[in-house]
Ligand binder design. Structure first.
Ligand code: TRP
Length: 353
């Protein structure tokens, strides 16, 4: 069986370091492993519209920004197809057929949908399109016969729902669709990176993100203002490492070689944590170290982003060619689906007799 990757992002803002560590880094690694037959990265503009209907301008403006973030982190258009969701309308036809296989109560039980309805204060005014987005996401994944879906842990319920749709479709219409697997980052610390204020999640509306496109000065300011341990008032005080954002970030980003390079007094993160717990280690020192660690990956991303920003037409061409290629692939899957459903009337006259 072919190994195929599909994943995507809603273009509602620039991508941040949480996206990087939770998914983008993993994608680049998979892309460069040479283990995959086909790789698709989707800018999910129509999914973004499901909860931004009143703000289409924001979604439109961020399509290019997400594309730039993709290229900046090292997604290579020679190895992966980057496309725009709404430019592949066959995905909606697939969504329509899948909707017949899913009940309202099943979507209501989807934990991610539940949590988002609460967060967004939708209460009794949930847009139908938003409510159905798990079904449309199943269409995105299966349209490419994706086997591997690299996403954050919060997307697991979407994958579960997708697998159910696949099994249901295959049992009703015969073996047609492929069941995908989630592909989580290898390091648990990368699953859910908190915001710089220590809040559970980075979010644009909370203003607590470090963006991949932030300049070095901005990143430094954000790191120096990071939430640490409110009981650690003086350098000599013993400190807490758990729930301390700087250490959570070090868990996610630091590698053993960073110590030799930037903080040779310590051999590794465990030694640094021990010293912090005992007292005598100041927040400024660990923040400065974190800043150096983060710059090791942010600086090359920034440089690559700048060079693509100078050639927006090249990015446009990549998106256009990618969307064409994606449409072709989805068209093939849709033809298989129609055949399985026996609604390919004009291919086979006997179907109408
Ligand atoms: N829900 C994803 C997000 O919010 C975006 C997305 C849309 C996606 N379709 C997908 C991810 C299919 C993986 C597979 O970022």
């Amino acid at each position: 069986m072919k190994k195929i990757i599909l994943t995507g992002d809603r273009p509602t803002g620039h991508l941040h370091v949480g996206h990087y560590v939770g998914s983008l880094q993993n994608r680049v690694r998979l892309q460069n492993s040479g283990d995959f037959d086909e790789i698709y990265f989707m800018i999910a503009d129509s999914q973004a519209l499901t909860d931004n209907a009143e703000n289409p301008e924001k979604v439109r403006q961020n399509v290019l920004q997400v594309a730039l973030d993709y290229l900046a982190v090292g997604i290579d258009p020679e190895k992966a197809t980057i496309f725009i969701q709404s430019m592949v309308p066959a995905l909606y036809e697939l969504t329509a057929y899948y909707m017949d296989l899913v009940t309202v109560s099943r979507v209501q039980r989807n934990p991610t949908v539940k949590a988002e309805i609460q967060q967004k204060n939708f209460e009794n005014s949930v847009p139908l399109g938003f409510f159905c987005y798990p079904v449309s996401q199943a269409a995105d994944i299966t349209a490419f016969h994706a086997t591997h879906v690299p996403v954050g842990e919060d997307q697991e319920p979407m994958l579960e729902q997708c697998r159910e749709i696949v099994r249901k479709f295959n049992s009703v219409y015969g073996e047609t669709l492929t069941e995908p697997d989630i592909y989580l980052p290898p390091n648990k610390a990368c699953y859910r990176l908190p915001g710089i204020d220590g809040k559970a999640k980075m979010s644009k509306s909370l203003g607590n993100c470090i963006y991949l496109s932030d300049d070095a000065e901005t990143v430094k300011k954000k790191i120096m203002s990071m939430y640490t341990d409110p009981t650690h008032l003086q350098v000599s005080d013993p400190g807490h490492v758990e729930g301390n954002t700087v250490f959570t970030y070090l868990d996610a980003f630091s590698k053993p070689e960073h110590f030799a390079q930037f903080l040779p007094e310590y051999n590794n993160l465990d030694e640094l944590k021990d010293h912090y717990r005992q007292g005598g280690l100041g927040d400024v020192k660990i923040k400065k170290f974190l800043n150096k660690v983060m710059e090791t990956f942010l600086e090359p991303i920034r440089t690559r982003r700048r060079s693509w920003e100078e050639h927006p037409d090249d990015v446009y061409d990549i998106l256009e060619a990618g969307s064409k290629q994606a449409s072709q692939k989805v068209g093939e899957t849709l033809a298989e689906v129609r055949r399985s459903m026996r609604i390919n009337y004009f291919e086979d006259r006997s179907l109408l007799k």
